[in-house]
Write a protein that binds this ligand. Structure first.
Ligand SMILES: *Cc1c(COP(=O)(O)O)cnc(C)c1O
Length: 339
């Protein structure tokens, strides 16, 4: 009884302020259970020794598509009514979000169309085609591909599944926070890769509702950290997109952002930026010491610890968000000498 009462109270407090609540994330967890992996939280003896604090890695690399984005896509698709599912889904991502939508759609028997420009490399196109999605090649830029998403939404009634700025997507990503608290109840800090903020925002809602004293720290690359720039400016701003090892962290947060900016501004305790060398070091350490293949975006938490850019003060969870990195690039980074 007491538990229920306090839950309702905390929920009503949250709902007045934030667009995603703990209750949304619990509903998402119930919806996607059995369709996504409750990923392992593994102790890192190397990072624990270095920091004198217990450090654990949350291995989202173990999701069937090699990254966490399956959680949000699965929750968003399962939240649609039958008519919308029958008409099908559309998105313009060629990265982990595109894979997630294609995979979840196939699992659920829903048609999915992924729009991409003619400049997308053949291996990325094939990876998504192999997951069963229909590919539509249009124009020569990501903007052209996004325009096609809007056209298909209008003309065919397809449902767009956004990569981060959507309450159902954020709630799905937030289930990582529930799992971390369940598996590591005396948690004090979570380190989370940060781009559009669906991942960090969702995790922060869950973790802080359950354990308000836990610090949630977002990690981005110095080159084009969109959420960091937006929070500094007090509103979403355009950032110049630059090439980075953390390619899954590239891109803007959308000038009319309506979910993740509010969450990240209100809930993140800090945002730490990493150089390209530090990110490479994170990838290398993950491979050599932790036996984990992490892409650049997935390695920023380790990178921040190795660079001494975060101070740990107790049990710490480091979200390794994905492992989809070009194998040749990975091999080259891992073989390089430590800088
Ligand atoms: C998308 C992605 C991120 C960033 O998630 P946001 O919700 O956009 O902040 C981090 N790591 C990987 C591997 C990703 O694919």
């Amino acid at each position: 009884m007491t538990i229920m009462k306090s839950e309702i109270q905390s929920r009503s407090t949250e709902e007045r302020v934030l667009p995603v609540t703990l209750a949304d994330i619990k509903r998402a967890a119930a919806r996607i259970v059995g369709r996504v992996t409750h990923t392992p939280l593994v102790y890192s003896s190397n990072l624990s020794e270095r920091t004198s604090q217990p450090v654990y890695l949350k291995l989202e690399t173990r999701q069937p598509i090699g990254a966490f984005k399956l959680r949000g896509a699965m929750n968003a698709i399962l939240s649609l009514d039958d008519a919308a599912r029958k008409r099908g889904l559309v998105t313009a991502s060629t990265g982990n979000h595109g894979r997630a939508v294609a995979y979840a759609a196939r699992e659920l028997g829903v048609p999915a169309t992924i729009c991409m420009s003619s400049l997308v490399p053949a291996n990325k196109v094939e990876a998504i085609r192999m997951l069963g999605a229909e590919i539509r090649i249009v124009g020569r830029s990501q903007d052209d591909a996004q325009a096609e998403v809007e056209r298909l939404t209008e003309s065919r009634g397809l449902t767009p599944i956004p990569p981060f700025d959507d309450a159902n997507v954020v709630a799905g990503q937030g289930t990582i926070g529930l799992e971390i608290v369940e598996d590591l109840p005396d948690l004090t800090t979570v380190l989370v890769p940060l781009s559009g903020g669906g991942l960090a925002g969702g995790i922060a809602v869950a973790v802080k509702a359950l354990k308000p004293e836990v610090r949630v720290i977002g990690l981005s690359m110095e080159r084009g950290a969109a959420m960091h720039a937006a929070i500094a400016a007090g509103k979403p701003v355009a950032v110049r997109e630059e090439e980075t090892l953390a390619d899954s962290l590239g891109g803007g947060i959308g000038v009319s952002n309506h979910v993740t900016f509010t969450l990240c501004r209100n809930l993140l305790d800090d945002i730490v930026l990493l150089t390209e060398n530090q990110i490479a070091e994170g990838i290398r350490h993950a491979a050599r010491q932790e036996h984990v293949t992490a892409e650049g975006a997935g390695a920023v938490g380790i990178a921040a610890i190795l660079a001494g850019k975060v101070e740990l003060s107790g049990p710490t969870a480091v979200v390794i968000s994905g492992g989809n990195i070009d194998p040749i690039l990975h091999q080259r980074i891992v073989a390089e000498a430590t800088t």
